[in-house]
Design a protein around this ligand. Sequence first.
Ligand code: NI
Length: 191
Amino acid sequence: MTPIIRSTITYIEDLFRGNAGGHDAAHSLRVYRNAMRIAEKEPEADQEIVALAALLHDADDHKLFHTENNANTRSFLEENRVPEDMINQICTAINAVSFSRNRGKIPSTLEGKIVQDADRLDALGAIGIARTFAYGGEHGRPLQESVQHFHDKLLLLKDSMNTETGRQLAEQRHTFLESFLRELREEIGDC
Ligand code: NI
């Protein structure tokens, strides 16, 4: 692990302190791990841009921070003397990831595609189930509503992956999600 990656991990741990729920430092670390796993199979991708974009992808999330123009990401990277054009590439990748900001648009760079896949993987499988119910609980939603979220959003993710590795990993997690929903239906009836 390079010094800049180590500093970035410390930075996001400080930044997200106190933010429980779906978007916290642990989520960013999981997205980073997923992204590196995908990037291993994508020799054309710039590994460092993937790593930093994955770690920082929620550092300017509009639900958590009121920043403009990736201000948290930019000032952190500038302080750490990351070159300007690399900062721009990292921000391009980050800005392509967000579901709400980029509805339906495919990221224009390979690094953006990898980080988007990595972020989507964290919404699938056992971790996706855990996060959905944690978020639902935090917002006082009935269980049924969280289950609806699987159908409306999470079960659609596997068909929108960008990379081959992302697709394979999503497939496994999707299958797990489906078997969880089958078991739930079995136990509590129609949902
Ligand atoms: Ni995220």
